[in-house]
Design a protein around this ligand. Structure first.
Ligand code: NCD
Length: 308
């Protein structure tokens, strides 16, 4: 693995290695505090972000490295019309590894064609978000103790939500997972996922419109925000934005060991009253994102804790 662009760039062995490393990092952080000394991470964010960018930066700082970059397209030469290729080539002169978020699908892949340093896709349009997927996998493994044999419900904007697309692809390699897709008809998962992932691998899935009807079966519910910025018109967004709101009432019929995940940011799809329920995992999930990004940066830079 030289770059991480698509979740399928990660083999099951890669995932095991990264999640094991993330666990070791959270147990023995002092072992890792200098492993990336003198290395620089550039965060090139052409789209808003809180967790992804800051967890990447915190990850590199906790590994003893440094960070540079920009957090909006307006503050980079993209505003002057510079191409992705030229931006990537330039930044490769200043940094050892790049994390890039971009509203256009495929932009981090294009960048990876022009540079020798590792490129990490930190979210490309409605397409992929492989480091959120690693975060989600670590969270599922930490909460459930396994990555197979469970029923997972994906709820909300399954059409535009890149975190959902990436996680489904990654999970498709694990055994005996039941998938329940909970969304309004207009926000169902894209056809390419149905064909290229579920049909091709002979995996069955259900599509339902009401979360109440499936709640008792779920081991995990993956909530998502309706992705306003990817809608073509505001009226459709307004009509669909409050389709699903998870509150304490809806949780009454849920399993006692349900795990509630959300990549965040939340708008109002989870009532704040749910936050104090032990089944709410989303802030633990945000912390997991830092540990797994530390593991990923080490892997892509080819550094190990044993040398130090
Ligand atoms: C997600 C994203 O950017 O796709 N956020 C994140 O990275 N944690 C989800 C979202 O924006 O709704």
């Amino acid at each position: 693995m030289r770059h991480l662009i698509d979740p399928m760039d990660l083999s099951v062995e890669d995932i095991d290695r990264l999640l094991d490393r993330a666990d070791d990092i959270s147990n023995y952080p002092q072992k890792y505090q200098e492993v990336c000394k003198y290395k620089k991470l550039a965060t090139l964010f052409f789209e808003p972000s809180t967790r992804t960018r800051l967890s990447f930066e915190a990850a590199m700082l906790e590994l003893g490295g440094s960070v540079l970059g920009f957090s909006s397209a307006d503050s980079s030469s993209a505003a002057k019309g510079e191409s992705i290729a030229d931006t990537a080539r330039t930044v490769a002169c200043y940094a050892d590894i790049i994390a890039m978020r971009h509203p256009k699908e495929g932009a981090p892949y294009v960048a990876s064609q022009f540079v020798d340093i590792p490129i990490i896709n930190a979210g490309d349009g409605g397409h992929n978000h492989p480091t959120q997927t690693l975060t989600d996998l670590l969270t599922i493994r930490r909460e459930k103790g396994r990555l197979d044999n469970f029923t997972i419900g994906f709820c909300g904007d399954l059409k535009f939500g890149r975190t959902v697309h990436s996680l489904i692809k990654a999970l498709s390699r694990y055994e005996n997972i039941n998938y329940v897709m909970i969304s309004p008809e207009e926000l169902q998962i894209p056809e390419y996922l149905k064909k290229d992932v579920f049909e091709r691998k002979g995996i069955s899935f259900r599509e339902v419109e009401r979360m109440e009807e499936v709640m008792p079966e779920l081991d995990i519910i993956y909530m998502t925000r309706v992705q306003r910025e990817r809608f073509f018109n505001e009226a459709d967004y307004v009509r669909l934005k409050d389709s699903y709101i998870l509150d304490l009432d809806k949780l009454k019929n849920a399993k006692e060991d349900l795990s509630i995940l959300h990549p965040l940011p939340r708008v109002n799809e989870i009532s704040v009253k749910v936050d104090s329920d032990p089944r709410a995992c989303y802030f633990r999930q945000a912390l997991n994102g830092k540990h797994v990004r530390m593991a990923l940066i080490m892997d892509l830079l080819g550094v190990s804790a044993d040398e130090y």
